[in-house]
Design a protein around this ligand. Structure first.
Ligand code: SF4
Length: 65
């Protein structure tokens, strides 16, 4: 299992800029609760799921099985 940033540096930088603006909250969502602090709960659960491979909601990170 490996987590890597999106190879597309334009997307990765855009999301990172968004994270700076929100102070670490997921820039793709409106909620500002602890579950949405990057890495958000959804992606942490996807990381734990052995059958999941793919991007997080924002496409900043990619999980390889
Ligand atoms: S892991 Fe991805 S979807 Fe989750 S908060 Fe970070 S950038 Fe957003």
């Amino acid at each position: 299992m490996r987590i890597k940033e999106n190879d597309n540096i334009i997307i990765a930088n855009k999301i990172k800029e968004g994270l700076k603006k929100t102070g670490g909250y997921c820039p793709c969502r409106r909620e500002r609760t602890p579950d949405f602090i990057c890495m958000c709960k959804e992606f942490r659960e996807q990381i734990k799921d052995p059958s999941f491979e793919g991007y997080c909601h924002c496409m900043l990170y990619y999980k390889e099985k």
